[in-house]
Design a protein around this ligand. Structure first.
Ligand code: MN
Length: 393
């Protein structure tokens, strides 16, 4: 059979993102999304590496293999495919596509970092002195990275508003999102060896959408001096489809001018800025359109930074960009910025919102230019807020 692809599909031959799926009565395995179908690679290519519950074994095979498989899938998609290798997207269950090894979150939007600086430290300079010298990041919690569609239970914890005399324990009252792009390491690097910045496309397999759910009241009280902890670690959602870096060549753009010039290990011959447009919907209403192209530090610079001290990296490592925010208000990728700390609520379908209420749902989507003049899609990362489970004192 031939796989049908609707005119203007964001999942045409220029995209071919990888995911993990199962159909009734079968074990999870690797597939490629083509239009509104899923191509079962274990069947189509007859290769056991795809009969796995994550992309990790395939990603670990390395760059030359990624190129070869993409070429073979492209050929299949343009011609005849065995009937039993094709499933309708509606008939399959999508799984978390990678076995997440380590998870790191950066902070690479100058607009976001400046806005958060103004909100969290109103009496100081918006950017810390280190911010334009290195991509700032923290280690997150790999075990709580969840697939899009997973419900998010409102976290509990200690919080203390500046005007309160002492902290109290209870439900998060300022639950927020962070719209981000995440990068998946395919080929790791050994302990003691930094990854060269030019090695990025041979190390990183692809990109996903990330929602870094954030409990702002818990975060504001706990983050000094060691950074985010329980305000972030309760859940991080990722999209089901990993868009290969090989599909993002058309989306490459320069990063913004970096002044001061970074140290040599962070200098790129051709910077990996990416022209990706995100959209954030709150209960079905678009509230923001964050532009990835304005991110100050590139994903190649992030990987170089993450390993410059000799820390190893592994297949399945996920590192995210940090909140993507543009210069304009309607381009802010976190609600704390969009509503300026809750002081300027937004209209969400006739209702006023500053932070997330129980039952609210957020969906983040993204598109980028693809080869051949069309656009390619990242699918979505979606999540709904469930009420807090009984708080423990
Ligand atoms: Mn974040």
């Amino acid at each position: 059979m031939r796989i049908e692809i609707a005119e203007g599909s964001l999942f045409g031959p220029a995209n071919l993102p990888y995911g993990v799926f199962s159909s009734p009565g079968t074990a999870p395995r690797v597939g490629v999304r083509v239009g509104d179908s899923v191509l079962d690679l274990a069947v189509a290519l007859g290769d056991e590496v795809f009969a796995a519950a994550s992309l990790n074994p395939f990603m670990a095979q390395g760059y030359d293999r990624w190129v070869e498989v993409r070429r073979r899938v492209s050929e299949l998609v343009g011609g005849e495919v065995p009937d039993n290798a094709v499933h309708s997207l509606a008939d399959v269950t999508l799984k978390l596509p990678i076995e997440v090894a380590d998870y790191v979150d950066f902070y690479t939007s100058e607009h976001h970092a400046s806005n958060l600086g103004r909100l969290f430290r109103p009496d100081a300079a918006p950017l810390m002195p280190n911010w334009k010298h290195l991509p700032v990041g923290y280690h997150g919690r790999a075990g709580t990275v969840v697939l899009s569609g997973t419900d998010i239970v409102r976290p509990c914890g200690q919080r203390k508003a500046p005007d309160e005399p002492a902290p109290t324990f209870g439900e998060c009252r300022r639950l927020d999102i962070e719209a981000e792009l995440g990068f998946v390491v395919g080929v790791g690097s050994p302990l003691g060896k930094a990854v060269s910045i030019e090695d990025f496309p041979r190390r990183v397999f692809g990109a996903v959408l990330v929602n870094d759910w954030s409990a702002r009241d818990i975060q504001a009280w706990e983050y000094v001096p060691l950074g985010p902890f329980l305000g972030k670690s309760f859940a991080t959602s990722v999209s089901a489809w990993v868009v290969p870096l090989l599909a993002l060549e058309e989306a490459r753009v320069p990063t913004p001018v970096q002044d001061p010039e970074p140290l040599p290990y962070l200098r790129e011959s051709r910077p990996w800025g990416l022209d990706i447009d995100l959209s954030v919907s709150w209960n079905g209403h678009e509230v923001s359109r964050p532009p990835y192209r304005e991110m100050y530090w590139s994903p190649a610079q992030m990987l170089a930074q993450m390993t410059v001290n000799g820390a190893s990296s592994r297949t399945g490592d996920l590192y995210a960009s940090g909140t993507i925010s543009g210069a304009d208000k309607e381009q802010r990728g976190a609600f704390i910025e969009l509503t300026w700390g809750g002081k300027e609520p937004v209209q969400v379908g006739g209702e006023e919102r500053s932070f997330l209420l129980d039952g609210d749902e957020v969906a983040i989507t993204a598109t980028a230019p693809g080869a051949g003049g069309g656009r390619i899609g990242f699918g979505e990362v979606r999540g709904r807020i469930l009420p807090a489970t009984e708080a423990k004192q």
